[in-house]
Ligand binder design. Structure first.
Ligand code: TMP
Length: 265
């Protein structure tokens, strides 16, 4: 009977295309689409550290949806189509370019360590870095020379990726500053989409407190995954604060209501 038909194949019958550390990709309802599912798993140091943090996936789904929808709205192309439910979004299938594109505004993390800079030092200008996505090699940093020599992207594509990275950085910096948050750095991924004979590069994957460094403007409190990497605790509370400040969660709304319950330690 018609009214019994579900719109989408139930998740356990959908074909699993790829499972990553924090997300799973399933076959989408139409050709050229996928479903991106956010798990509660948190990993760091190439998964040498791993924990399941109740509610993280739900929050990242909402925060990443908000950012990607805004990017679409200002004309920055992304893979995002729409959010489906608490943990899933419908996305366009792309050919992922195997690079992690990191944009830094303030010294922190591996840059601070590598160059002996104090964390929190404003950089003379925004710096874009590339890392080769390869778990077995721990995502090594690479230069444009490596990228073109090994054919991961051509010079025109690198230009397009850098232009996208700058637009995303400018947009995110303003968005977060308006919420009292300093965007220290972030990681983004890109992919190729074909429209007839035309290929274009779009922003893919996720942008969330898992992949950004976000500090409170006044107190410099960390509102990102460094809370997990550095064993500081309070990760879900921090992500919830980011969502609340962006206006994704109303004062009384709880992103986790009806989903996994936040278990206080
Ligand atoms: P890094 O300082 O450790 O190189 O990280 C730079 C930014 O990239 C930071 O915002 C965290 C993010 N990031 C990821 O999203 N995934 C990763 O695997 C790593 C190493 C960093």
């Amino acid at each position: 009977m018609d009214f019994l038909k579900t719109r989408y194949t139930p998740m356990n019958r959908r074909r699993r295309i790829y499972e990553g550390k924090a997300k799973v990709l399933y076959e989408g309802p139409e050709p050229g689409t996928l479903i991106q599912h956010f798990k509660d798993d948190a990993t760091a140091f190439n998964a040498k550290k791993h924990e399941v943090i109740d509610g993280k996936g739900v929050l990242n789904n909402r925060i990443s949806e908000y950012i990607f929808q805004n990017l679409n709205d200002i004309g920055v192309p992304t893979h995002f189509i729409r959010r489906l439910n608490m943990r899933e979004q419908l996305i366009r299938e792309v050919e992922i370019i195997p690079l992690e594109v990191v944009v830094r505004n303030v010294a922190a993390g591996s840059l601070a360590k590598r160059l002996g800079l104090e964390e929190g030092t404003q950089l003379p200008r925004s710096i874009i870095e590339f890392y080769y996505k390869n778990d077995a090699l721990d995502d090594p940093m690479v230069s444009e020379e490596h990228i073109t020599a090994f054919g991961w992207a051509n010079p025109q594509e690198i230009d397009d990726i850098m232009a996208l990275a700058i637009r995303v950085n400018d947009f995110l910096s303003g968005l977060f500053l308006g919420a009292g948050i300093r965007l220290i750095d972030f990681k983004m991924e890109t992919g190729r989409i074909w429209e007839g004979d035309m290929m274009r590069i779009v922003v893919a994957d996720e942008i969330s407190p898992d992949s950004c460094r976000l500090w409170d403007v006044k107190s410099a409190d960390k509102l990102d995954k460094d809370r997990f990497r550095r064993d500081m605790g309070g990760l879900v509370e921090a992500y919830q604060e980011v969502a609340r400040r962006l206006g994704i969660l109303g004062e009384s709304e709880n992103a986790l209501a009806g989903g996994p319950r936040l278990v206080q330690p």
